[in-house]
Every structure is written in structure tokens, then in C-alpha cells.
Design a protein around this ligand. Structure first.
Ligand code: SF4
Length: 644
């Protein structure tokens, strides 16, 4: 009998309206474990080479892992992957909340969707029974409205709903999938893929928690959590101030992207800080009750880092849409020069209610502002709107035009900044901050240099949660606890700040493999991780063993992460995407402006090209960034080598 997982994958053919259940063997689960590794297994086998992202042949995989739903912090996450309409390569997104655990309790470890329904439908799964139901009445509704309608319709407040919003129905390329109306599988346009299949939502409810192999061992790890939390300064700050706890450190280190990544320090950083959000704007802050009312959590997590904002006034915010994460504060705040947390919280609500990725959306608006300020576009292209950094209402106006696709500017920016740059010409590409067509998150590789490498090589475009950031292992910052955990990955030494030599590339590659494993086991990277988190590598292996009964080692887990990376690169290589796409935007090679500590700093082409050579060598890939037969065979992926 499986422990931790159900042993069931649901297959949905929307063209035929057919639902079938597969029961893969234990070896399948031990090899792929969950997330996009499991998703890629189906995508590579079932999606024909060359199939377009928005065609019925695209395969949309929604995957938990073997440990999702075990009652310990940081395990309730779900992956959605498919070919991305934004990048053209593999798409991948992670999201948290209660949906992931509830999917497991409803009887399935994952769902594989292909085809296209003739009419909008939603998938309703309750205690192992799945059916397709009409969703025609949900079209055009905001995510919060859909949540309320479905809870009433199904007569159950406890259902969990993953859905795309109305933005996807308007063809916005970076449409997301939301659960709870505030937990987002945000990146790479997975909401648009679901909409292209006429799949409005997946609704789950279950009563069967997975059996654990060793409940006592898991309880012992659970009990460690509350002891470790207050002792760990990184975790304690995250719990109280949320991900926005890093706004001020990013600013003081010169890595808070400001005015479309032209500067690394924002003079109004305090105004948009996690501290200000907590002190003034979280629900309950006026009465000092924000710890109870303004912090939310994911299933079984003691950290409670999620924000809840409730505001009246010029920028009203409904608490059902949560509150802004650091990335949203970065893209709608410092990227755009906006200093108002209420306005940023309002932007966050609009993104969540309509279902768009707030990173790509805010970054695309910042790009348009720079193009306007440089005279690349004029009021002719903006419909008369003047775009300026720091003009809060203009930013919200453009956001409104994007999510409603109501103007030619809104429609164009809904395709992301690379397509807008191609349409505008006149050197607009100099203002881009994209990799593989995806806008960069709010962490600057000019100072976190190994992140530049990871932004370049990541199969689904620039991503900030695919490796450990440089600071953590650098002299002057790395703690003893951190270094003791890094030693388990074969990284015993602190490294020089701002370096990108072979040792830093090794750090990037090994921590990327570890993060990739966490995106396979669907673990929250604020709880589980290689270094700074609540639990380290050894505890991760112990947790997997306690849940599944498998005698896993840290090395086996790192190999699981490598397996996912190799499958994603295999997908891209099959579609003709290789080293040529592992390219950073021109802007990263130009000196940063402004007054911050990173002013004057830039990456160089030589160091990035040499880091790429070293990275491919460590991965066992060709110098064009393509997995070799030998590397795929080492990872028990000989079948994937046949695809290249
Ligand atoms: S740390 Fe935050 S995001 Fe992660 S599982 Fe806990 S509440 Fe959710």
C-alpha cells in the first residue's frame, strides 16, 4: 500500500469528455516523486513535438507530490506545467494554499489534461469521483465571484478551487491560475493554457488523508518547527513581515530593482517595506490585531507568511484577494517608482481577481514607462496617457487597460514586454528585462551574479526561486548553521562577494538541483531548503522517509531535482530551444545608475559565457546546453534521450 500518496493519476480528455484513472507503480513515484518532474513525464510522452501552446494537443499537468497533504509545514504546494504561450518553451508554475492538500485528500496525486472541451467546463472531484460540469455561467466573472458561486452551487464552503480568471478569456499571455483567489500559480501563462482548453476550474473536496509510513517520525519533525522558528532570524522576519521583509535589505544591498531595473536602490523603500505593510496596512493593524487577522497560512504551516490587506478609501482592497508579496511590491512599486502600499495592494487585488501574473504584469508596465520617458513611444501609442515613473494612477490605469484588454495599449501589453518591444521598435529592446520572453523578478543579478546564470539557463525563463541567492554563502553573511547545511551538498566554503568563478557556478548548479527537487516534491522554499530555511537537507530526507517509508538520501533527492531539470531541458531541446535562448537582457550588461551601493556595476559577457560553459559541464550537457544521452541515462531517463 502506498504511503503519502494515493497511487492514482486522473487523465482528462476534454475533446472526448473522457475521464480515466491510471494507477502507476511505486517505481514511477520513487523516480519522479511529483511536481513538474511527474508532469514532464506525461507532457513529453503525450504532447506531439511542435504542438502549439494554445492547441488542444498541449498537455496541462497539475501535480502534487508524494508528500503533499502530510500535516507538516510547507508541503501544500502544487505544480502546473505545459508548453508556455509566453515563452514557447516549457511552462512551469508553483502555487500554495489549501488546494494542493485537498487535491490529495480528494483521491488523486495529479491530473493530466489534454484536448479541448466544446464548451466551458469545470472539473469536480470529490472523494475519488470526478466529473465535468458546465462552466458557461462562470465566464467573465472575477475569481472571488467564481469562488462564491461554486461554493453555493456545490453546497460546500470547504471546497478548494483552482481557476483561471477573466484575463485568460481575453487572451492575456501571462494569465495565471488562482486558488483561494489569492494563491497564484502565476508564471508562464498556465491560466491561458487552461482557458484555451475551455477548462475554467478544478474543484476538489476530500476526506481521506494519506497514510504515513512513520507517523511518529513525522510528529517529531513537526515538533521541531516551533522551536526552530524563533531561533532563525530569516524565518522569524518572514513570519512577521511576510516576503516583503526583504524590501529593506534588498534596498540597502542595492538589489531592489528600481525604475525598470535601471537602479538598485529606491529612495522610498521604507514606504513600501514589509514593516510598513505590517504596521499600517494589514487587516487588524489599526487595533494591533494584525498577527491574528492580517496573516494567513497554507495547509498545516506554522509560518503564516501570507498577507491579508483590507482597505477603504482611494485604493480599496478586499481581503479575499490577500495582500502583496515582495515580488508584487517590487514590480508595481520600485520598478514603477510607486510609493503607495495601498495602491500596490490594489494592483495585487486586480491581478488576483482577473488572474494575471503580477511579476510579468508590473514589469511590463515599468518597461512601457521607460519606453515613454525615452520617447520610444508617445501619446499616440498610449491613447493619450502620459507615462511617468512614480505616477501611481497612470500605473493603475494601464493595469486596468491590460486586464480588460480595453485599448490597443492594454491589448499589446497583455502580450508581455518582448512582443511590445518588437511592435514598437526604435530601440525598445534596450529597455527589456526579460529572459526567454519572461520578465525578470525583483532580484538583481548585477549583484547576485550567480542568479544571472540561473536566470539565463532556467528552462522557463528568469526565475528567482530556482536556486539559492549569492548573499547567503558569501563572506560576511553566511551563518554557521547555513554553512553546516551547505556542507551536506558539497559546498563547505564561504565564497567571495560578487564572484562568478567555478566555485560560485558549482554553488548555483547544486542549489539549483536542490531547489528543483523542492519543486518536484512541491515543498515551500521558505520552510524547506538547502540553507537558511526552517528545515535543511537532512530533515528533508527524514521527512520524505517518514511520509513514504523510502530510505532516501540527500544525494538521491538532489538527483530527483536534476531529473526534473533534464526533462525540462529535453522538452526545450526537442522544440529547438538551446543555449542561444540562455541569454540575458542587454540592460544587465550596462552599469546600474542612481545612488545605491551597486551604482556603476554591470555583468560582463565574458563572465556569463564562461559561467555557461562551466554550468553545462557540471550538468553533463553539450556546450549548446542540451542534455546528453549519458546524462539522461545516469538519471534513469534513457527514454527521454530517444526524443532528441
Ligand atoms: S511559509 Fe508561507 S508560503 Fe510557505 S507554506 Fe508556510 S504560509 Fe505558505
Amino acid at each position: 500500500m502506498p504511503h503519502g500518496y494515493n497511487g492514482k493519476i486522473l487523465h482528462v480528455d476534454l475533446t472526448k469528455g473522457a475521464l480515466t484513472v491510471e494507477t502507476p507503480p511505486e517505481q514511477f513515484y520513487r523516480t519522479y516523486m511529483g511536481g513538474s518532474a511527474m508532469g514532464l513525464y506525461y507532457i513529453l510522452k503525450e504532447m506531439p513535438k511542435g504542438a502549439e501552446a494554445l492547441s488542444p494537443e498541449n498537455v496541462l499537468a497539475i501535480m502534487d507530490s508524494v508528500v503533499t497533504g502530510a500535516a507538516i509545514s510547507g508541503q501544500s504546494r502544487v505544480n502546473v506545467s505545459a508548453r508556455s504561450p509566453l515563452t514557447g518553451g516549457i511552462g512551469d508554475s508553483q502555487g500554495g494554499g489549501f488546494f494542493p492538500a485537498e487535491l490529495k485528500f480528494a483521491g488523486f496525486d495529479g491530473i493530466v489534461v489534454k484536448g479541448k472541451s466544446p464548451k466551458p467546463v469545470y472539473l469536480w472531484i470529490k472523494d475519488g469521483v470526478a466529473e465535468l460540469k458546465s462552466a458557461s455561467h462562470l465566464s467573465g466573472k472575477l475569481t472571488g465571484e467564481v469562488d462564491a458561486i461554486l461554493k453555493k452551487e456545490l453546497g460546500d464552503d470547504k471546497i478548494e478551487i483552482m481557476q483561471h480568471g477573466p484575463a485568460a478569456e481575453k487572451g492575456i499571455l501571462y494569465s495565471s491560475l488562482l486558488n483561494m483567489s489569492n494563491r497564484s500559480n502565476g508564471r508562464t501563462g498556465m491560466g491561458l493554457v487552461a482557458a484555451s482548453k475551455n477548462l475554467k476550474a478544478i474543484v476538489v473536496r476530500g476526506s481521506k488523508k494519506p497514510e504515513l509510513a512513520d507517523a511518529k517520525a513525522l510528529t517529531a519533525l513537526v515538533r521541531e518547527g516551533p522551536k526552530l522558528l524563533p531561533e532563525n532570524p530569516d524565518m522569524d522576519g518572514l513570519a512577521k513581515y511576510g516576503t516583503a521583509s526583504v524590501v529593506l535589505p534588498q534596498h540597502s544591498m542595492g538589489t531592489l530593482p528600481t525604475r525598470n531595473y535601471n537602479e538598485g536602490a529606491f529612495e522610498s523603500a521604507e514606504e513600501i517595506s514589509g514593516e510598513k505593510l505590517y504596521d499600517v496596512y494589514l487587516r487588524g493593524a489599526a487595533d494591533g490585531k494584525q498577527d491574528r487577522q492580517g496573516r494567513d497560512t497554507c495547509y498545516a504551516c506554522i509560518v503564516r507568511c501570507k498577507r491579508v490587506v483590507e482597505l477603504d478609501g482611494k485604493y480599496p482592497v478586499d481581503p479575499i484577494y490577500g495582500g502583496p508579496e515582495y515580488e508584487t511590491i517590487g514590480t508595481f512599486g520600485s520598478y514603477c517608482g510607486v510609493t503607495s502600499l495601498p495602491a500596490i495592494s490594489r494592483a495585487n487585488q486586480i491581478c488576483n481577481a482577473n488572474g494575471v501574473d503580477s511579476i510579468t504584469c508590473g514589469a511590463t508596465i515599468a518597461f512601457a514607462i521607460e519606453c515613454f520617458e525615452k520617447g520610444i513611444i508617445t501619446q499616440e501609442q498610449t491613447g493619450g496617457l502620459e507615462l511617468k515613473f512614480g505616477d501611481t494612477d497612470a500605473v493603475l490605469e494601464v493595469l486596468d487597460q491590460i486586464v480588460n484588454a480595453s485599448t490597443s495599449l492594454g491589448k499589446l501589453l497583455g502580450q508581455g514586454s518582448e512582443r511590445a518591444a518588437a511592435a514598437w521598435g526604435k530601440g525598445a529592446d534596450e529597455c527589456l528585462v526579460t529572459v526567454k520572453g519572461q520578465e525578470c523578478p525583483a532580484h538583481m543579478p548585477q549583484a547576485k551574479r550567480s542568479l544571472g546564470l540561473i536566470y539565463a539557463v532556467n528552462p522557463f525563463g528568469a526565475d528567482h526561486q530556482s536556486s539559492e541567492h549569492d548573499w547567503m554563502i558569501e563572506d560576511g553573511i553566511a551563518s554557521d548553521l547555513y554553512m553546516s547545511r551547505m556542507a551536506l551538498l558539497g559546498l563547505p566554503d564561504r565564497l567571495q562577494p560578487m564572484s562568478l568563478g567555478p566555485e560560485k557556478v558549482k554553488f548555483a548548479y547544486l542549489t539549483e538541483a536542490f531547489y528543483s527537487m523542492m519543486d518536484t516534491l512541491e515543498l515551500c522554499q521558505f520552510v524547506w531548503g538547502p540553507g537558511w530555511t526552517l528545515y535543511g537537507p537532512q530533515e528533508t530526507a527524514e521527512m520524505v522517509k517518514a511520509v513514504t517509508g523510502w530510505e532516501v538520501t540527500v544525494d538521491e533527492l538532489v538527483a530527483v531535482g536534476e531529473r526534473r531539470l533534464n526533462l525540462m531541458r529535453t522538452f526545450n531541446a526537442r522544440e529547438g530551444i538551446d543555449r542561444k535562448a540562455d541569454k540575458l537582457p542587454k540592460k544587465f550588461y550596462q552599469a546600474l545608475q542612481g545612488e545605491g551601493p551597486t551604482a556603476g556595476i554591470a555583468l560582463t559577457h565574458e563572465e556569463i559565457e564562461s559561467a555557461l560553459d562551466e554550468y553545462y559541464r557540471l550538468a553533463g550537457w553539450t556546450n549548446h546546453g542540451i542534455p546528453t544521452k549519458a546524462s539522461l541515462q545516469r538519471l534513469d531517463l534513457a527514454w527521454a534521450a530517444e526524443l532528441l
